[in-house]
Write a protein that binds this ligand. Structure first.
Ligand SMILES: CC(C)(COP(=O)(O)OP(=O)(O)OC[C@H]1O[C@@H](n2cnc3c(N)ncnc32)[C@H](O)[C@@H]1OP(=O)(O)O)[C@@H](O)C(=O)NCCC(=O)NCCS
Length: 181
């Protein structure tokens, strides 16, 4: 059986998504317009990154997990830093995420919000429009609030998780186009 391993890269208004070397794009991924994905990043099954009227930047070694939606808003590009993990089914909308942060599964970052470096956004959190959190904030709830700080131990676990996704992405990249079972 032949497996469809294609991602779709769709130009918008003359801007074509740019993907650096060593990036894994899983089947069902859709990138639209002014999206840039830096080296070592991985975008997992059915994630959609739509940069129609503002750009989206995905940093080095960052993973965007399955079913996540990344969009922008007028005047609000989305920037996800280096070494970030974005869990399954998150929504990042015109928001900025600092290096080394973890964005929990099914969390939502609304327009104009900013999360610092090394932060942990708990699963299911909803970060309000224009809310800002500094570095190493532990953020949770609806609406999201800072409930603590990210300890060195927590940060180390987050870094290990991100790095395991770099290896996983490389493994899947090596299998692209291979025949299935
Ligand atoms: C927030 C989080 C880090 C807490 O994990 P933990 O340190 O093991 O904490 P616990 O489960 O012992 O819970 C500690 C407290 O936080 C609360 N809490 C835990 N997860 C929460 C969440 N997602 N939202 C709101 N509160 C949460 C608990 O209710 C508990 O509150 P209490 O002290 O008032 O009883 C974790 O629950 C989480 O959301 N991790 C994100 C995982 C993820 O999405 N990864 C991406 C895919 S790889």
């Amino acid at each position: 059986m032949k497996i469809d391993t294609s991602a779709q890269l769709i130009p918008y208004d003359g801007n074509r998504p740019q993907v650096a070397g060593g990036v894994y794009l899983a089947a069902g991924v859709v990138l639209v317009g002014s999206v840039y994905v830096a080296e070592g990043a991985s975008i997992w099954f059915n994630a959609v990154l739509r940069a129609d009227y503002e750009p989206i930047h995905i940093g080095k070694n960052t993973n965007i997990q399955d079913g996540t939606v990344v969009h922008i808003d007028h005047g609000f590009p989305t920037v996800v830093g280096d070494d970030v993990t974005v869990g399954h089914a998150a929504v990042i909308h015109g928001a900025v995420v600092g290096d080394g942060s973890l964005i929990g599964m099914n969390s939502t970052l609304l327009t104009g919000s900013r999360v610092g470096a090394g932060c942990l956004v708990a699963a299911g959190a909803v970060i309000r429009e224009h809310a800002e959190f500094g570095d190493r904030a532990l953020i949770a709830g609806v609406p999201a609030k800072q409930i603590g700080t990210v300890s060195d131990e927590m940060f180390e676990r987050m870094a290990q998780n991100t790095s395991s996704y770099v290896s996983l992405g490389a493994e899947y990249l090596a299998m692209l186009g291979a025949d299935g079972p």
